[in-house]
Design a protein around this ligand. Sequence first.
Ligand code: AKG
Ligand code: FE2
Length: 366
Amino acid sequence: MPPRDPNSQKIIDIVVNKGNGVKGLVDTGIETVPDLYILPTHERLEPNMVLPHESIPVIDVSDWDDPVVTKSICEAAGKWGFFQITNHGVPLGVLHAVKEAAHRFFGLPNEERNKYWAGNSPTDTVALKTSFAPQQEAVLEWRDSLSFRCGPQDLESFPFWPPVCRDEVVKYMKSAEPVIRKLLEVLLKGLNVKEIDKAREDALMTAPVVYFNYYPRCPNPDLTAGVLPHSDITTISLLLQDDNGGFYVRATDGESWIHVPPIDGALVINVGDVLQIMSNDRYKSIEHRVVANGSKDRVSVPIFMNPRADAILGPLPEVLESGEQPLYKEVVYSDYFKYHLSKKHEGKKTMEFARIRLSCQLFSSI
Ligand SMILES: O=C(O)CCC(=O)C(=O)O
Ligand SMILES: [Fe+2]
């Protein structure tokens, strides 16, 4: 990346090097978005790129055993890669409380918040960051995020988590766990996997991470990005939105975008890269993005369910059993993860790391 101009370097200093985040920048009273946050025009989401009448499915999951429900889930995962679920059993009070907890954390004074800055935090299970990969990005994303690793061993460091929000995070994670398990059971059954045994469970769902994403009100929301288009490198992700809107997913035409309207109490579910790889493309990990908000501070609370770092990913034997060619080679999840983090958000580029190129496929079939 070319060197930054002196003004952008000054802002990097406030936002990244001093650990104040974009929230700290907004608190200085800026009235326009600095150049460092201004996207080239071709990267902005223009209104004519949004399909106003399309929407992702909303599925009532009050009966997980209903074949209509399981079929809708698997079909949505194959066609849209995204769907919303309602009546999932996570109490409304728990959902509201965790969003309030996110506001409480980001409402702390800079010096309280940045105690948790990545690398500085009292525990490596909690990390505050800004944008996605500020060192690799010419333009930064208008977002700060606080992540909590929530695997069983990670919870041992709970006493070091921020007291203003830690109870709510754990409660949310615990109530969402059965939903994650059910979703994975249904999705894997759709791939002919009869049961998720201990080994599969270890590989698929050992490393959940809860995020607080915080998008402070932005003076020029049309010029910048909350989050640039990307796919998640998870098995599956569950997203809790607030009522501000601004979350878009790539339409099935591969070009346009669809808004995902907030529904109180619903969770937005998406297939991540790992499940697309395991399903040999039957399920789709779809790009999504967030537009900054001009009138309010927005929060979202995703749960990213990840495989164990040393898990070996590749198309499942059950999927290939009928002689289907694998589209992906086997990769270790930690290598996939590191590759993802070494680049800025760039659509679905990370998947190239595991994809078998056509020429190799032809070669191996000769
Ligand atoms: O904030 C949102 O609504 C979505 C954020 C997102 O896509 C992510 O954190 O991966
Ligand atoms: Fe995402």
